[in-house]
Design a protein around this ligand. Structure first.
Ligand SMILES: Nc1nc2c(c(=O)[nH]1)N[C@H]1C(S)=C(S)[C@@H](COP(=O)(O)O)O[C@H]1N2
Ligand SMILES: [Mo]
Length: 315
């Protein structure tokens, strides 16, 4: 399923090149050489960060990449406010270096690792995924990250590991939205173990070949392409292997509207709106809405995970 090739660091694809390619949205699995992006704070990463931004091509393919500008200025990240422009404005204050991440719970040996160290040990890959927000918009984003399963394989799981719980940073001095208790901080999310181990599930540390911008969840965030965007928790500090299904932030805030699975599913409406179509951010307001695809287009890869389940109940 995943096509993997080694590519030299000079080949990290700039925006205009991505946009010349078609049929690319699915699981584009290039492994970048580890020397290309060896550490989060390395000179190489700094150099990548300094690349000039590329002009969006005139390509009319509806699945062309969203622009770097849209991806980094239209965000959901309630730790920095509820409006789409707040994260871009306020996340600059967040300190992301140094940053460590702890894996604990139903493991034989818990692990605390620095992000730099993690990126040194696991080869980075580039994946182009569509992010479909539950609110009805979507973007196409070229992530750089590691498969979550390669990290989970580093700790030996006990038989009690049935679910994975993710915990974001809680630091109200730098996250101004946390002064408001509209959500129960820290933001948390969860996956079933088999969803977490699925090869499409990644932890992203970059996008467009650059270090992950703070508003997109630096230094490390989850991306689960067949689920609504709210599952892709940002600024992760803890990963806990647990026996019972974790109650995530949005489930707790509004269990009638946000379920644990949150699989993209045009056939199951949100209680307040339809999920049949989506608006691609960056497209003209006059362009027609796009049809939302079952499992966001990954039906072949993930439908088996939910066989026999009533997706109306397990929304
Ligand atoms: N910690 C945290 N993670 C979060 C959120 C948040 O408010 N806090 N918002 C989620 C929602 S609703 C979406 S749609 C995506 C948006 O990711 P993006 O801003 O990189 O497009 O992040 C998700 N991860
Ligand atoms: Mo979202």
């Amino acid at each position: 399923m995943t096509k993997i090739k080694n590519i030299p660091s000079s080949k990290i694809t700039p925006e205009h090149i991505y946009n010349d390619r078609r049929n690319f949205i699915k699981n584009f699995g290039l492994i970048l050489s580890t020397t290309a992006l060896s550490t989060f704070t390395s000179k190489t990463f700094a150099a990548l960060n300094a690349l000039p931004s590329y002009t969006q091509s005139k390509d009319t393919d509806k699945d062309r990449l969203s622009s770097f500008k849209d991806i980094t200025t239209y965000n959901n990240y309630y730790e920095f406010g509820t409006s789409k422009s707040d994260p871009h404005e306020y996340a600059t204050k967040l300190k992301v270096d140094p940053w460590s991440i702890t894996i604990e719970g139903a493991v034989n040996k818990s692990l605390t690792t620095d992000i730099d160290e993690l990126v040194r040990q696991i080869p980075l890959e580039e994946r182009i995924y569509r992010l479909r927000c539950v609110e009805g918009w979507s973007m196409v984003i070229p992530w750089v990250g590691i498969p979550l399963n390669s990290l989970l394989k580093k700790v030996s799981l006990t038989g009690n590991a049935k679910f994975v719980e993710f915990v974001s940073l809680k630091r109200p001095s730098e996250m101004i939205g946390q002064k408001d208790d509209m959500l129960d901080w820290p933001y948390t999310e969860g996956l079933r173990l088999d969803e977490a181990m699925h090869p499409l599930t990644i932890l992203a540390v970059g996008l467009y070949g650059k270090v992950l911008p703070k508003q997109n969840g630096a230094p490390i965030r989850l991306v689960v392409p067949w689920k609504y965007g709210f599952k892709s928790i940002k600024a992760i500090t803890k990963i806990r292997l647990v026996e019972k299904m974790p109650i995530s932030t949005w489930m707790k805030a509004n269990p009638k509207e946000y379920g644990f699975y949150a699989n993209v599913n045009p056939e199951v409406d949100h209680p307040r709106w339809s999920q049949l179509t989506e608006r691609r951010i960056g497209e003209s307001v006059l362009s027609p809405r796009l049809k939302t695809q079952m499992f966001n287009g990954y039906q072949k890869e993930v439908a088996h995970l939910y066989q026999g389940m009533d997706l109306n109940k397990n929304f």
